[in-house]
Design a protein around this ligand. Structure first.
Ligand code: NAD
Ligand code: DAU
Length: 355
């Protein structure tokens, strides 16, 4: 397999490349194409390059550059695509949607066109999408694969658009595609603009923990390794043209999740009873802030299809996953400091300048 991974220097792409190359049943080669936006960090895979010489190649490129991308497909004789590259942060899409439209829609379109032109060589185009395309749930119900699309943010609308294009290329050109729509991931290497790493780093630094609105919005959390195993199952055994929902069976209100992180850090490195309100826990650092515009209330995935058809299940209990994630951020101070010295700082200043 000559597997083109797009966005492999981001959070999930990095974990996927590490997962796959360390698996004994994967004998192929990986070509990682990443533009290295603020969210991409080649340092994530520096050891992989050394450990798997000849089986891993990195090319810095923009998926919107169709000539360059076609050249990469040819140079590496690409036969399988796993497409992660995207602008991924909802709050940024609300502030400036342009790059979301370019990368998520035009970039995906480019990859589909190149794949169509090489259809005889292509075994599989797997598109990574999100549960956010389905919009918001009320108190009851779950997203299934046939739930109508009703995206709320520029991010989710751009991902919805890319999903429609991927399906259209299957229906019209018989391109061998699969899609997965996944819930919120967490784990190592996640850029700390997202809820879990932001809360971990702020709690460790004794900074305020900004919870949007009343903190009662619900997300369905999935440890990133479990997402990687789902993707690999779909690439190997998924049926052409099919979509698979992937979730963690782990619905939590944001406030409960943040409290869980505080408790985990308190018990790992001790409380500071003199310092925080309530005098007992880092929970005293929680600060309710202005809500996100268009904030979806609840996401919950019904993953019956991938479980029954492909035999996949999420394996990591949230307490285990959160503890592993806290450990990773504590043990990788250099990574954290480098990431935080760049675009992160500007973003945080912009977000909280008025608070
Ligand atoms: P991320 O923001 O951490 O990484 C995105 C990567 O894409 C970065 O390395 C970036 O440099 C690269 N990239 C951006 N624009 C590019 C371009 N024009 N050309 C080439 N590379 C480009 O994102 P993530 O959290 O790893 O998400 C990966 C994929 O999974 C996305 O498609 C996202 O929509 C989807 N997804 C994410 C989650 C989640 O919880 N993080 C859940 C479901 C689906
Ligand atoms: O559901 C899958 C999606 O999950 C992916 O498609 C996106 O790429 C990914 O970013 C993620 O989107 P969310 O908006 O759900 O993730 P985020 O970490 O930004 O926020 C999670 C929840 O926490 C959400 O309800 C907003 C809230 N939140 C977030 C931040 C950053 C806060 O309360 N405070 C914060 O500071």
């Amino acid at each position: 397999m000559n597997l083109l991974v797009t966005g492999g220097c981001g959070f999930i792409g990095t974990n996927f490349i590490r997962y796959l190359l360390n698996k004994s049943d994967f004998t192929g080669q990986i070509i990682n194409v990443d533009q290295l936006t603020y969210a991409g960090n080649p340092e994530n895979l520096a050891d992989i390059e050394k450990k798997f010489p000849g089986r891993y190649a990195f090319v810095q490129a923009d998926i919107c550059d169709s000539d360059k991308m076609a050249e990469i497909f040819d140079d590496h004789d690409v036969d399988t695509v796993c497409h992660f590259a995207a602008e991924s942060h909802v709050d940024r899409s609300i502030v400036s949607p342009d790059d979301f439209i370019k990368t998520n829609i035009i970039g995906t379109f480019n990859l589909l066109e190149i794949s169509r032109n090489r259809k005889n060589r292509l075994a599989r185009f797997h598109h990574i999408s999100t549960d956010e395309v389905y919009g918001s749930l009320g108190k009851d119900g779950y997203f299934i694969e046939s739930t109508p699309y009703q995206p709320s943010s520029p991010y989710s609308a751009s991902k919805a658009s890319s999903d429609h294009l991927v399906r259209a290329y299957h229906t019209t050109y018989n391109l061998p595609v699969t899609l997965s729509n996944c819930s919120n991931n967490y784990g190592p290497y996640q850029f700390p603009e997202k809820l879990i790493p932001l809360m971990i780093l702020n709690a460790l630094e004794e900074k305020p923990l900004p919870v949007y609105g009343d903190g009662k919005n619900i997300r369905d959390w999935l440890y990133v390794d479990d997402h990687c195993s789902a993707i690999w199952k779909i690439i190997q055994h998924g049926k052409n043209g099919e979509t698979y929902n992937v979730g963690g069976d782990c619905e939590l209100e944001n406030i409960k999740l943040v409290e869980m992180i505080c408790d985990a850090i308190d018990s790992k490195i001790g409380k500071n009873p003199d310092k925080w309100r309530n005098g007992e826990s880092r929970k005293g650092l929680i600060k309710f802030v202005k809500d996100r515009p268009g904030h979806d209330q609840r996401y919950a995935i019904d993953a019956t299809k991938i479980k029954t058809e492909l035999g996949w299940t999420p394996k990591t209990p949230v307490e285990t996953g959160i503890a592993a994630t806290i450990n990773w951020y504590m043990e990788n101070e250099n990574w954290v400091n480098r990431v935080k010295s760049g675009a992160y700082r500007e973003w945080m200043q912009r977000q909280y300048q008025s608070d």
